[in-house]
Design a protein around this ligand. Sequence first.
Ligand code: ARG
Length: 563
Amino acid sequence: MEDKQIVVAALSPLVGEHLDEEKIAQLIEKPSNAEHGDLAFPVFQLAKAFRKAPNLIAQELVEKIDGAHFDKVEAVGPYINFFLNRKEKSNEIISQVIKEDSHYGEVDLGHGGTVVLDYSSPNIAKPMSMGHLRSTVIGNSLDLMHQKMNYKTVSVNHLGDWGTQFGKLIVAYKGWGDEATVRKDPVNELVKLYVEFHEKSEEDPSLEDQGRAAFKKLEDGDPEMTELWTWFKDESIKEFEKVYDLMGISFDHYTGESFYNDKMEDKLQILADKGISTVENGATLVYLDDEELPPALVKRSDGATLYITRDIATAYYRKETYNFVKSLYIVGNEQANHFRQLKAILKRMGNDWSDDMVHIAFGLITLEGKKLSTRKGKIVLLEAVMNEAMELALEQIEAKNPDLENKEEVARQVGVGAVIFHDLKSDRMNSFDFKLSEVVQFEGETGPYVQYTYARAKSLLEKYGKELKADEIYELTDEYAWAVIKKLAEYSDTLVAATEKYEPSMIARYVIQLAQAFNKYYGNVRLLNDDDQLAARMALVKATSIVLKDGLSLLGVEAPENM
Ligand code: ARG
């Protein structure tokens, strides 16, 4: 039984006439100070019914309560403090974790329904930005969390691979680009060509028209244009995949904007037929005044479609193809209005499922004050960030554990894990700046700290060397063990809340707290001491290692066995 339910069951026979079970459950608190018990119930709401001072009500109830599942029940002022039966509870939790192993914490929120997650979605011929990194790590974590909560997930990389800019790039490349140079360092060279295009077009405005014409040809399937565009795209994906590979991330689909090139016309037709859009000076717009949103341009006067037009077609495609129960867009907060417009338009087109589309926004991160930007060719490549993180990790491993095998691989897990963890640790809407040297640290509230704790637990288990079966009795009652056990018991509630709020940060903070509780246990109790509680302690170590590893894995962070 869940802890709260134990208290509800104890109180309900005594106060049931005045408060129903749901209300009792709502009133139950989890005291932050362990001296006030594991759970507490304030009696204020019973004052009228009992016609007594709250402290007297608390005393009266305590005398009558059935204490079967508690070590102690106490009245303190207007509160009843409940101390759970530690023997019972510790055995229950430890056995459950060991038995369920990586399935511990699962909750059937999704009933197998499909969630589509659109994340990362960088733009080709440009380097991936910090914003795309955020989208990638948040999206990947939400993907994993939803799987754990029994959703089917479909991950889509909605590449920015369509639009007039690719016409411009083709004009630039054909005009003054060099194949060999581009082949050597594709994305950087393409960015250079694009920057030069804008410089040159200030002197020669006809370039803009040439760019538009080239894109038109591409839209119409011109073989030469298509070949160049495909090349740019393939090279870009290769570059993106270097970063994805480091992070162990893969996508079910790379269906970018170009995929919808032939899927927009009928949607524009619906907009026209239903009188949702209006044509002004040759351009097609949807006014969204009722929704207090700026009008959305869906077709330019030259016939070109836009980002939002493709997103309209995309939403239909996803509903028709996957019949999602939820469709998530993990995209920076600066696109909030875009997604409001998108949902409003779809709704007007008669699609109630647009309510199931959620824009998962996030704040901006910067690296030592610098934004990763493509302007003026000043680029901090993500890959370079990851490489530096791995080097920093390697330095620390060399210092702490010079004999470690496969140091390079562990350095990847720690360095990359540190960056991901840091990104996920604060509420996603927060903007923040970070320094790699602070992120790749084995102490403090960092990814490596949690990883290190996991490795410590694994090494204790290895020293112990015996099997720990789920059906043995493992009873622990001391304060330090109890703090760990209570944390373990909170796992599934934490996962549910994190999934419902789309907040991986709740899991990141949870694993930090679990690691902290465990390290206190480790620091204060001789865990490997050969006494009659040895097996119980090792079982708790094992349970902790299972949950630390699982929690990290839901963040997309690996857990090396040794480090
Ligand atoms: N490529 C876009 C950008 O970099 C993000 C795309 C997000 N997904 C979507 N369906 N609009 O800003």
